[in-house]
Design a protein around this ligand. Structure first.
Ligand SMILES: *[C@@H]1O[C@H](CO)[C@@H](O)[C@H](O)[C@H]1NC(C)=O
Length: 124
């Protein structure tokens, strides 16, 4: 009897572990996926460069500056409920000196319109 109970317990434990494990693999991941920054592999993708350039023109217009776009040197995307967020480290020249800016751009999936929601200068 004791032996039977033990093996029942082990079976239960195993089952519980399996359930927790599969819950982690199927139920929990889709939710965390929406909060997951995924690296952009092709930083030269026109879609990505377009946002980097748009940042420079937007920044220049807002701050009366004359940054010159250089490149996007790092980027991640995040799928959110209403669209896609791009987090890009964009290099641009300010008065001949390269500077890096981290920006977050939120893009609506259908209209393809978007806006910058975050900007940070990286120290030189
Ligand atoms: C913008 O910057 C230029 C050059 O630095 C300056 O001559 C001009 O007065 C500025 N314009 C405004 C609206 O601040």
């Amino acid at each position: 009897m004791a032996l039977k109970l033990d093996s029942l317990l082990i079976t239960l434990l195993t089952l519980t572990t399996l359930i927790i494990h599969s819950a982690q693999c199927s139920d929990i991941i889709p939710e965390t996926l929406t909060n997951w920054w995924k690296p952009i592999k092709h930083l030269k993708d026109p879609k990505v460069e377009e946002i980097g350039k748009l940042f420079v023109t937007t920044y220049n217009a807002l701050k009366n500056k004359s940054l010159e776009y250089e490149s996007v040197i790092q980027g991640e995307t995040q799928v959110v409920v209403a669209g896609v967020k791009y987090r890009l480290t964009t290099s641009a020249k300010e008065e001949g000196v390269s500077r890096n800016f981290v920006v977050i751009y939120f893009q609506h999936p259908v209209t393809r319109t978007g806006k910058f929601t975050y900007l940070r200068h990286l120290p030189n």
